[in-house]
Design a binder for this molecule. Sequence first.
Ligand code: NDP
Length: 333
Amino acid sequence: NRKFLLANRPDGRPDRDTFELVEEDVPEPGPGEALVRTLYLSVDPYMRGRMDAGESYAEAWAVGEPLQAGVVGEVVDERGTGFEAGDVVTGNLEWADYATARGAELQPVDPENGPVSTALGVLGMPGRTAYFGTREVADVAAGDTFVVTGAAGAVGSVAGQIAKLSGARVVGFAGSEEKVAFLEDDLGFDAAINYKETDDYGAALDEAAPEGVDAYFDNVGGEITDAVFTRLNVDASVAVCGQISLYNAQELPTGPRKLPALIESRATVEGFLVGDFAPRFEQATRDLAAWVGAGEIEYRETVTEGLENAPDAFLGLFEGENIGKQLVKVGER
Ligand code: NDP
């Protein structure tokens, strides 16, 4: 059984040396536990916070300890969990070929809902983040102009489509021409801006959102957010979902910035964690599955093959290598 440990705490940007791959025997499940064989492993931006010793909303990993991730896997053995061998489950497990978990830490995955990998993307944590963040935090309504950063990623691509279903004009920021084409041609965004080819984010926004911004879903932060803040309409809502442009920063730039603009717009700026909405996850998953089934929400996955390549898949999130949800395929079903 191969598994990844945190080799050391990164100074700024992590690299391959942040990870150590070790081999051990396949673990035995204890009473009340299942042994799960990993099919897909999710790499997520918030894991960067867990690599630091300091406070983050998720508990810090200890150096030398196994890394954890959202996993979809198959139960191969179990001791009184209520699951059976062959069941597909999801949970927060180790970055490993096999891992054990208590029954209560696992949720069933219904293969009837679509490919099982979607339990880590559009029908999983990122999809639910988009669902609650767009509807309840950014508070999008018909006729609004909705702006989302990280628009071609797992959360952003779903958020933009939900805003579209709500009747908003949707503008996305993303980091390549391929992503711009994906947003405009495949997902039906009204406009997309390649921020890597844009010197003046404000001017690009004035063109893409001439009526100003009513709802802003921020995955990125930094200078793009500065530009959006000065274009918020009266009573606009800002959902602070992520700040990936700052996750590797060793020192934060002074800020928050552009706050004087909020006086005039009287905007509401609200951070949120998807876990805040846990009592309503089932409803969100049902709605998302129905939209995907009806073709109203499209999703894309970028799949890296092989557990050994999981660090590269994680590091690629900070380079924008993924379109849609970044997954690692570890085993065949
Ligand atoms: P994504 O699939 O969006 O992957 C990350 C993307 O971020 C990359 O593809 C890249 O796209 C973009 N990016 C990376 N570095 C920068 C940068 N310096 N400036 C601008 N864009 C950058 O990840 P997720 O959808 O999983 O997560 C999106 C955000 O949502 C993250 O900030 C994450 O932390 C947050 N999140 C928050 C949750 C919550 O409960 N609040 C839950 C889940 C996620 P590009 O090519 O466009 O640069």
